[in-house]
Design a protein around this ligand. Structure first.
Ligand SMILES: C[S@@+](CC[C@H](N)C(=O)[O-])C[C@H]1O[C@@H](n2cnc3c(N)ncnc32)[C@H](O)[C@@H]1O
Length: 240
């Protein structure tokens, strides 16, 4: 893996920059790996905590909301239209797709605090998000990595949920949806194992009636959809 001239890997990993030509589009890092598509992962796996200033990133303080794997931004845009003042960030690691979402936001100047971040959701959580700042999590149709040898790539798991607990505000809802029965079963087992997570609606409808791009496609194909709404119960933290 080679880095741009003048950057040590440490600085490179910490780079979190706004785009110079696309308003409200931020880059976590740039991948310098073979396929050239995904942002670079920490080569040493060592956390580099660099909590962002919410004011600087969103143009206002939290609580914020996060969509993990926002794709082209179908849900993100419709949801923000209902909550125009919301500081919400969509995390997406495919550049072309993330750009499409960012372009949709750019046209909507009445949604000044919505952002798209190009980067790996896990590293954004682990290294950049401050403690207790997220008012709601949206995770819809995450890549199921159906092949056995790829299952380890699934984002949902205890390691990711540790970050959800750390960054959540008390009582923050966690919205989950997938079309993949086996991934859903695995996720439900993770949810059930976490004493701080409460199942609120096991068969939820689309959040505020908004379907994501993938959901529209899958429903049109008659696929089953597994959605639920959970709630983060942080031990020993009083609601402010
Ligand atoms: C199946 S698509 C679903 C997109 C959208 N949520 C929807 O329902 O229409 C999953 C998206 O998550 C993105 N993604 C997968 N893993 C990610 C990660 N670790 N960090 C950020 N984005 C990720 C993929 O690039 C893809 O665009």
């Amino acid at each position: 893996m080679s880095l741009p001239a003048g950057l040590t890997s440490y600085e490179f990993l910490r780079s979190l920059e706004p785009s110079t030509d696309l308003a409200r589009y931020w880059h976590l890092s740039i991948r310098k790996q073979e396929d050239g598509r995904h942002p670079m992962l920490a080569p040493d796996g060592i956390p580099v905590p660099t909590p962002i200033s919410l004011e600087a990133f969103f143009g206002k303080p939290g609580p914020i909301e996060i969509e993990i794997g926002c794709g082209k931004g179908g849900f993100l845009v419709e949801y923000c239209e209902k909550h125009p003042e919301l500081p919400l960030v969509g995390l997406e690691w495919e550049n072309e797709i993330a750009c499409q979402a960012a372009r949709r936001l750019q046209k909507r100047t009445h949604l000044p605090h919505a952002r798209v971040l190009l980067g790996d959701a896990f590293y954004f959580f682990r290294d950049f998000l401050p403690d207790s700042c997220v008012g709601a999590f949206h995770m819809y149709f995450p890549d199921p990595w159906p092949k056995k040898r790829h299952v380890k790539n699934r984002l949902m798991g205890p390691r990711f949920m540790e970050q959800v607990l750390r960054t959540a505000l008390p009582d923050a809802p966690f919205f989950w949806g997938t079309d993949h029965a086996e991934y859903n079963a695995e996720a439900q087992a993770v949810f059930a194992s976490l004493p701080w997570l409460e199942m609120e609606i096991p068969n939820a409808e689309p959040t505020e009636g908004i379907m994501t791009n993938f959901e529209k496609k899958y429903r049109a194909q008659g696929k089953p959809i597994y959605r639920c709404k959970l709630r983060v119960k942080k031990p020993g933290v009083e609601k402010v």
